[in-house]
Design a protein around this ligand. Structure first.
Ligand code: NDP
Length: 485
């Protein structure tokens, strides 16, 4: 019998599901059991061509609609996503293995927020009038054209919407390629947008590995590329986009600092560290995986952290009581286990976890290392799994320097009850998305993205509009033209 997660076909192009079984088969594995639940096929060159030519053509009429009309469609799609939240959350859980307890509140709901927010903004995208004496200049905010979205595997619904909603609001069309690991959810986003009234060809989804992404990024018809992925992939995609002078948004990896001063509320700080390391089993780019704890509260913090981490419920992700799921794939599990071994070898102290969980599926115990030093591999490299490194510090000046000593710059957090210190420290941290007495909140209203190697551009908020549109300026002369001859 066909599994309920099996999509009708691999791709969604020009308003309908399209199949081409000549492409490389991509098995979809449910991380909680290791069972194959679906198969899709990578896009063949013919499918890539169909998606790009359709999206290029459809964009012209879409850009001519008023922003209010486009926005109405996006808001209708948001309503449909909310109505179907349960079904979409179950699919997200099949795609990623994340527990339903999370997917019910963080995925289709976050996607719907983006559709609603950018749907609301679509009618307000206006230019400026700039008086020049008798003459004047006016500006027009125009769509870029055809945008490509390429997603990572940790938030397949959210990423498809975070890229699609602002792109469509501005009058662009999109071809979206999900990660080969999680190909299912973006198809539903396309289906829902179409059901909400999006004209055929405006939002298309095609499957594939890096080579399909590569074909999209290098195509001369593409005007913008928005990638969520790792730094090495980001460098390749950015370089390929530069070759064609395309616009880019790069949402890449991190190794973010979370700094806890000794005057912080310990339980809130522990809660922030848990949210910033163990949500989605640690597969979150903005995680605060270097937890700097001021020496005076170190043992108290570790004791409370170990106690609360012990309350994580590992189990069937479809059981709403489960609060901690598996790694997305066996390969990702092995990468993370490798880092755990490295941490032990290099002398870090295991406070809790430290091994694979004794159950079927790709589960790793939530792991806390203490006595981590700045030079250890687990403190330098992005792990993308449930591995928290706790480092000690003494002074504010010292911790700021150490926090910034990384190629990454996605996020940073500070826990303290001294508000002058909180703002002073945040002001010095080299990171794009920061938190004071909290961690990992990502509302659509707030800009999201990194500095340094963690990325270029911003998603969400009004900032995203700037990255999916361009400004035309028009000088209007009212009098005669003077010329030298
Ligand atoms: P990857 O960088 O491996 O892949 C990202 C996407 O790019 C995938 O769809 C991948 O396809 C595609 N791709 C790979 N090579 C190319 C290429 N040469 N040209 C075009 N596309 C290509 O990342 P993961 O999927 O492993 O995701 C984890 C990473 O994503 C982590 O580093 C994490 O920090 C980052 N991330 C960043 C976020 C942010 O907002 N800053 C949010 C979430 C994750 P395929 O997988 O099919 O090969």
């Amino acid at each position: 019998m066909t599994h309920p997660a099996q999509p009708k076909a691999s791709h969604f192009i020009n308003g309908e599901y399209v199949e081409d079984t000549a492409g490389t088969p991509i098995p979809v594995i449910y991380a909680a059991t290791g069972e194959q639940i679906a198969t899709v096929y990578a896009a063949t060159p013919a499918i890539v061509e169909q998606a790009l030519s359709t999206a290029k053509e459809a964009q012209k009429a879409w850009a001519k609609m008023t922003g209010t009309e486009r926005g109405r469609i996006l808001r209708r799609a948001a309503d449909i996503m909310r109505e179907r939240n349960h079904e979409l959350s179950v699919l997200e859980t099949y795609d990623t293995g994340k527990p339903l307890q999370e997917t019910l509140v963080a995925d289709a709901t976050s996607g719907a927020d983006a559709l609603e927010y950018f749907g609301g903004l679509a009618g307000s995208l206006t230019g400026e009038h700039i008086p020049m004496g008798e003459d004047w200049v006016y500006t027009v905010r125009e769509a870029l054209g055809l945008c490509v979205g390429i997603g990572a595997w940790n938030y397949p619904t959210q990423i498809a919407c975070w890229k699609g909603a602002p792109a469509l609001a501005c009058g662009n069309s999109m071809v979206f390629k999900p990660s080969e690991t999680t190909p299912l959810c973006a198809l539903k986003v396309a289906e829902i947008l179409h059901e909400a009234g999006a004209p055929a060809g405006i939002y298309n989804v095609i499957q594939g590995m890096g080579e399909v992404g590569g074909a999209l990024v290098t195509d001369p018809r593409v005007d913008k590329v928005s990638l969520t992925g790792s730094v090495p992939t980001g460098k390749k995609v950015y370089a390929a986009a530069a070759e064609g002078m395309k616009h880019v948004t790069m949402e890449l990896g991190g190794k973010s600092p979370l700094i806890i001063f000794d005057d912080a509320d310990i339980d809130n700080a522990v809660g922030g560290a848990i949210n910033g390391n163990f949500y989605s089993s640690g597969q979150v780019c903005s995680n605060g995986t270097r937890v700097f704890v001021q020496k005076g509260i170190k043992e108290k913090f570790l004791a409370r952290l170990a106690e609360r981490t012990g309350n994580a419920i590992l189990g069937d992700p479809m059981d709403e009581a489960t609060s901690f799921g598996p790694m997305v794939t066996e390969n990702q599990m092995n990468i993370v286990l490798g880092y755990i071994e490295k941490g032990k070898e290099e002398g870090a102290r295991v406070v809790c976890g430290g091994a694979r969980a004794d159950m079927p599926g790709y589960y790793i115990q939530p792991t806390v290392f203490a006595d981590v030093t700045d030079d250890m591999t687990i403190a330098r490299e992005e792990i993308f799994g449930p591995v928290m490194s706790v480092l000690d510090f003494e002074t504010e000046e010292e911790v700021v320097a150490r926090a910034n000593d990384t190629e990454f710059g996605l996020s940073a957090g500070v826990f303290t009850n001294d508000f002058s210190r909180a703002h002073r420290v945040i002001g010095q941290l080299e990171a794009g998305s920061c938190f004071i007495n909290s961690y990992n909140d990502a509302p659509v209203e707030a800009p999201f993205g990194g500095v340094k190697a963690s990325g270029v551009g911003r998603e969400n908020s009004k900032e995203a509009i700037k990255h999916f549109s361009q400004v035309k300026s028009v000088y209007v002369r009212m009098g005669d033209v003077e010329a030298a001859f």
